[in-house]
Design a protein around this ligand. Structure first.
Ligand SMILES: [Zn+2]
Length: 122
């Protein structure tokens, strides 16, 4: 998306009234048009889709990290840094992990039930 289109898109979203913080969105649209800033808006990683640019965080060691506000497929919002997003380290708001855990638990219980039943038969 060109900077012009990005700004136009932001204006349309503000005009449609679906934006909670129009000032921040307008600032986002105007900033980050330099060649050094990556634009991850609209990109997806796992269940996450980058919704809009969030704040810079001051990381340990003095480097600023750009955060991105992502929308998870489950509906939750999560902030992810550029590095974590591009590296594929974060794939969901956390729901993926929770689901994986409960799946493992189900498998565990299933296995345990089977073992108990087998013992009953034997
Ligand atoms: Zn989620």
């Amino acid at each position: 998306m060109t900077p012009y289109n990005k700004f136009k898109d932001a204006l349309e979203r503000i005009a449609s009234g679906s934006v909670k913080d129009p000032v921040a969105l307008a600032k986002n649209a105007l900033s980050g048009t330099g060649p050094r800033t990556q634009n991850l808006i609209g990109k997806t990683s796992g269940r996450l889709t980058v919704f809009e640019k969030a704040e810079l965080t001051h990381a340990f060691g003095g480097k600023n990290k750009q955060m991105w506000l992502c929308k998870c497929a489950c509906g939750n919002m999560k902030k992810v840094s550029t590095k974590d997003f591009n590296g594929g380290y974060v794939l969901s708001c956390g729901c993926l992990l929770t689901e994986a855990r409960s799946l493992n638990m189900k498998r565990y219980h299933h296995r345990r039930d089977k073992i108990l039943n087998d013992e009953e038969v034997a």
